[in-house]
Design a protein around this ligand. Structure first.
Ligand SMILES: NC(=O)c1ccc[n+]([C@@H]2O[C@H](COP(=O)([O-])OP(=O)(O)OC[C@H]3O[C@@H](n4cnc5c(N)ncnc54)[C@H](O)[C@@H]3O)[C@@H](O)[C@H]2O)c1
Length: 415
């Protein structure tokens, strides 16, 4: 069974062809207009109908569809029962178990990918080739080689289609305000930072067969859990220059690490410590940046709002200035909806969205470098992992004790 809904589609293209008959061909694609009712609907398909699709993609798309022309036209999952239930509950007309068939029959404008990481590369490339923009869940894909294949499949500059990664912690009023303060050097130079993802995952979590393996998860907490905070750190502090790291398998019977620590030097001279753990009963996600004139601290778990940020001025800073720094404006929590709002605007304008291309690759490159530094005991510099480097094609770098247990190293074959 591939297409689970038999009823004919509403002839939306025909209706729009009439509505937009007076426009030039380029305007027909996505018209940016101040009158939302005059814009062509963005037609969206959701691929993967599990936890994050239900909990975040569907609610974000539904909320945005209330204020702009946007239709969820189809959903795809290899699990027929799951996608049928998802479509029935959400009122989505077309349920598929075959991505290629959905792409060919529905021609969506945007595909949101909420499948396990090992499918991200091929599914993103398939959607891009079908002309759809892609919003793919983190972690982006299992290797830098995979990411570069995705970028190569994007459309022409200034047009797209583009593929963006879900890094929702970068978005919302708090991150935007602090990013602007740092970029404008309002609080002086950033000097010292801490980036902490100390979460807790028990044995039951790792009992699921696809957890804890390089092939299915792409990595341990450095890749699957801590990538959000590291991505936000990079978004706030700018490019990194070098990294040293350690990784350990202290509790769980997994291929990947269950804890990692790292030291990062940024191009601007700032120095950061990073901890990624699934062994920490008192769970917290935290970023702290000490600048010359203030400390900025974010403390939360899975998402943040204005009140989760704290700014502590250095002695000598006037209360007026500190109060201005602490004025975050209207509260927009970090969320899938916050990121998707910007992405839809970029799609309509044919602009490269944030968190795509080099801006989406930078966190994966940092994670690859963290693993290389940890598994080889060396200092890794930004830009050094390219084709020919063992860590380019696989984040474990095929290092003994860290490579998948079922790799036959003599043959290089995964059983
Ligand atoms: N952004 C966030 O904060 C956040 C939070 C949780 C999970 N995630 C990410 O979202 C992704 C999915 O995680 P989840 O927790 O929803 O997993 P899940 O297991 O609950 O859902 C995954 C779904 O994908 C389906 N699927 C598997 N292979 C498929 C294929 N080849 N084609 C189509 N469907 C397929 C499964 O049947 C399942 O319904 C992962 O990359 C995960 O890291 C992101």
């Amino acid at each position: 069974m591939t297409h689970l809904a038999a009823e004919p589609r509403f002839p939306v293209e025909k209706a729009l062809a009439v509505q937009w008959a007076h426009l030039s061909p380029s305007e027909e694609v996505f018209v940016t207009t101040s009158n939302p009712s005059r814009r062509k609907p963005v037609r969206v398909a959701i691929v993967g109908t599990g936890a994050i699709a239900r909990g975040s993609h569907l609610p974000a798309l539904t909320a945005l569809a209330a204020g702009q022309p946007l239709e969820i036209i189809a959903a795809v999952d290899v699990d027929a029962a799951s996608v049928e239930a998802f479509c029935a509950e959400a009122g989505i007309a077309h349920a598929y178990t075959d991505l290629d068939r959905m792409l060919a029959e529905q021609r969506p404008d945007l595909v949101t990918l909420a499948t396990p990481p090992r499918f991200h590369r091929d599914q993103t490339v398939a959607a891009l080739r079908a002309g759809a923009w892609v919003w793919c869940e983190k972690p982006p894909c299992p290797s830098l080689e995979d990411f570069d294949a995705i970028e190569a499949a994007e459309g022409p500059s200034g047009q797209g289609p583009y593929a963006a990664i879900v890094f929702q912690h970068r978005f919302g009023s708090g991150a935007r305000h602090v990013r602007a303060l740092l970029a404008g050097h309002a609080m002086g130079r950033p000097l010292v930072a801490h980036c902490q993802t100390t979460w807790y995952r028990d044995e039951a979590y790792y009992a699921v067969p696809w957890r804890g393996t390089w092939s299915s998860e792409g990595g341990g907490p450095s890749m699957g859990h801590g990538i959000h905070q590291m991505d936000l750190l990079l978004d706030l502090l700018g490019p990194w220059a070098e990294i040293r790291a350690m990784a350990g398998r202290l509790v769980h019977d997994v291929e990947t690490e269950d804890v990692s620590t790292a030291l990062i030097r940024f191009e601007n001279g700032a120095m950061a410590t990073v901890v990624n753990s699934v062994l920490s009963p008192d769970e917290v996600s935290r970023i702290r940046i000490d600048c010359e004139r203030a400390t900025v601290e974010l403390t939360h778990l899975y998402g943040h709002r204005n009140t989760d940020w704290r700014i502590t001025p250095a002695p000598g800073v006037t209360s007026e200035e500190a109060d201005a720094w602490r004025d975050f404006g209207a509260d927009v929590p970090s969320s899938h909806e916050a990121q998707l709002t910007g992405l839809l605007g970029d799609l309509r304008a044919g602009r490269r969205p944030r968190s795509s291309g080099p801006d989406g690759r930078k966190s994966l490159e940092l994670v690859a470098a963290l693993y290389k530094a940890a598994f080889t005991g060396s200092t890794v510099r930004a830009g050094e992992i390219g084709p020919g480097d063992p860590f380019y094609g696989a984040l474990h770098g095929d290092v003994p004790d860290w490579a998948p247990r079922n790799v036959d190293r003599a043959e290089g074959v995964v059983a």
